[in-house]
Design a binder for this molecule. Structure first.
Ligand code: F6P
Length: 319
């Protein structure tokens, strides 16, 4: 193998640049030519491919976003689009592709591998919802962004004796809500993996009030419902006035944490090694501090489990 390429796809996450840098530098260190594909799979179909050198990835390890840009592409789900993508790669004599993204991006990588083009998946998403890795690139940074926002909101919640609902990202995965809720001492944490009764939330708020607590933080994952809807229902049915804060895309930006930079560098470098070993269709991850690779199809068929112990603990500490 002489030439490989790298792309970022789906929602961006802090640390993607560090992963790109690792793929490029480890590739060049190993004697390969490395190419960047711009704008994810959409760009790949359109042949937006450029050679990257050591300097192309200089001064990016600390930057959020992705220098290769990202996109979500419906078009790429079609077989003919996947063949077109392979044609574009072969035009440049590229023989392997590293895809950095979430599960949608992994699906694309699996499809290309199935069609004869070896791809490796790197878990780049703030959601931390990819099986086969304890952490995804960007989760730690997003978590810290959320925690520092909640800390600030707590200041004003305390001053005004208010209940706040803070909506965080996570359509299907509650990791951001769970970890940030635990780390910021939230009174209630609502995640899509659990059924939550509004009565329970209200009882908890009332119990707090009874023991003299006048402010509360509810961390709500967007996949449960919207903060607006929850606020309306608390007000209408229980006469509980709240304030809401929807953190939104602020969670996806910012300089990656040290943890994310190291994780991205380790996973990116390993992706190159696995391609050089002649293996495609693998998903790289970190499990129990070790860098591992698994069959990408198997990873896609598994649901990343919610850390039960962390959920139980969050319940025990927020009584
Ligand atoms: O997959 C990452 C993620 O940030 C989710 O948590 C969120 O629901 C979604 O992307 C938002 O996507 P978009 O930026 O396309 O609106």
């Amino acid at each position: 193998m002489k030439k490989i390429a790298v792309l970022t796809s789906g929602g961006d996450s802090p640390g993607m640049n560090a992963a790109i840098r690792a793929v490029v530098r480890k590739g060049i260190y190993s004697g390969l030519e490395v190419y960047g594909v711009y704008q994810g799979y959409a760009g790949l179909m359109n042949g937006k491919i450029k050679r990257l050198d050591l300097g192309s990835v200089g001064d990016i390890i600390h930057r959020g976003g992705t220098i290769l840009y990202s996109a979500r592409s419906e078009e790429f789900k079609k077989d003919e689009s996947q063949y077109l993508a392979i044609e574009q790669l072969r035009k440049h004599e590229i023989e392997g592709l590293v895809v950095i993204g979430g599960d949608g991006s992994y699906r694309g990588a699996a499809k290309l591998t199935e069609k004869g083009f070896p791809c490796i998946g790197l878990p780049g998403t703030i959601d931390n919802d990819i099986a086969g890795t304890d952490y995804t690139i960007g989760f730690d940074t997003a978590l810290n962004t959320v925690i520092s926002s909640i800390d600030k909101i707590r200041d004003t919640a305390t001053s005004h004796d208010r209940t706040f609902i803070i909506e965080v990202m996570g359509r299907h995965a509650g990791d951001i809500a769970l970890f940030s809720g635990l780390a910021s001492g939230a009174e209630s944490i609502l995640i899509p993996e659990r059924n939550h009764e509004i009565n329970e939330i209200v009882q908890k708020l009332q119990k707090g009030i009874e023991r003299g607590k006048k402010h509360s933080i509810i961390v709500l994952a967007e996949g449960v419902c919207s903060a607006h809807d929850l606020a309306k229902s608390l007000e209408k049915d229980y006469q509980i006035e709240t304030r809401i804060s929807v953190l939104g895309h602020i969670q996806r930006g910012g300089s990656p944490s040290g943890f994310d930079r190291v994780l991205a560098s380790r996973l990116g470098a390993r992706a190159v090694e696995v391609l050089l070993e002649g293996r495609g269709g693998r998903a790289i991850g970190m499990q129990k501090q070790k860098i591992v690779d698994n069959d990408i199809m198997e990873i896609l068929s598994q649901k990343d489990p919610l850390p039960e112990g962390v959920y139980t603990l969050s319940q025990q500490l927020s009584i």
